[in-house]
Design a protein around this ligand. Structure first.
Ligand SMILES: [Zn+2]
Length: 258
């Protein structure tokens, strides 16, 4: 259920903020300020409150809030700006005024937040999933060259770093590298079953065992599929009960004779 815009709540909110911000100044008439702020030029609030903009009001408020206004971007309404100073924002979609924490970050927006609240954004994404996907595809097709250049540019500029990092990881985690490579291979051959974390760990244990044996004996060991993934007649699965650690020699003499 969407929360109804509550004018009393809005008044209370502004009032409390004004009191904390301007408690030092007793020359400001609170009631004037409230009325001015409520009459401020913000389309969504106007529609809700059915009131007209008064330029006299805005001038008055501008004078009072001079200090807070000087950083305001030119295309942002004063009301939006004040709400923002109070960490609030009117959602472009549902027109509610809500705390900034209920908006996603958006660097390109003046406020640093998305114009629509999280709820509205995700509703939009849900309702327009196909459309957004199409748009994305469209964008990719139209800018393919640019995107590819940018990514490969980035890759080539950082190629050495990539290589070093990759090499270091492979050296430090030979068991994991083999584990993932075989998992990938099994997946491509559709030789996998949905495995639990325990069974995955059991598989990883074979690769760790292999490395320990290599270090201890100085002989090449391999993790072998007892029934090969690509046998001549049957196809084995990449599951713990189809794995064994044997020497490379044993493995080569075994072949794929299944
Ligand atoms: Zn919203």
């Amino acid at each position: 259920m969407e929360k109804e815009f509550d004018i009393e709540e809005f008044r209370d909110f502004i009032e409390s903020k004004i009191i904390t911000l301007y408690k030092r100044s007793d020359s400001i008439k609170k009631e004037d300020l409230l009325d001015s702020l409520l009459e401020f030029d913000n389309e969504s609030l106007h529609k809700k409150l059915k009131i007209k903009t008064s330029s006299a009001c805005s001038q008055k408020l501008s004078r009072i809030f001079k200090d807070n206004i000087k950083d305001k971007p030119r295309n942002v309404s004063i009301n939006d700006w004040f709400l923002f100073l109070f960490n609030y924002r009117v959602c472009h979609s549902c027109k509610q005024f809500l705390p900034l924490s209920t908006y996603y970050y958006l660097e390109s927006n003046w406020s640093g937040y998305h114009p629509s609240c999280k709820k509205c954004s995700s509703n939009y994404k849900k309702d327009n999933r196909e459309h957004i996907l199409e748009q994305g595809k469209d964008y990719y097709q139209r800018n393919k060259q640019k995107i590819l250049e940018r990514t490969s540019d980035y890759y080539y500029k950082n190629k050495e770093q990539y290589k070093i990092r990759h090499k270091k990881y492979r050296e430090e985690n030979p068991d994991k590298v083999l584990f993932w490579a075989n998992k990938y291979r099994a997946k491509k051959l559709q030789a996998t079953l949905p495995l639990t974390k325990e069974l995955e760990d059991e598989i990883l244990a074979f690769y760790i065992e292999r490395n320990i044996l290599i270090e201890e004996t100085n002989e090449e060991y391999e993790v072998d599929h007892i029934i090969p993934l690509q046998g001549e007649n049957v196809c084995g699965l990449h599951v713990p009960w189809n794995l064994q650690v044997i020497t490379r020699r044993e493995n080569r003499s075994k072949g794929n004779k299944f």
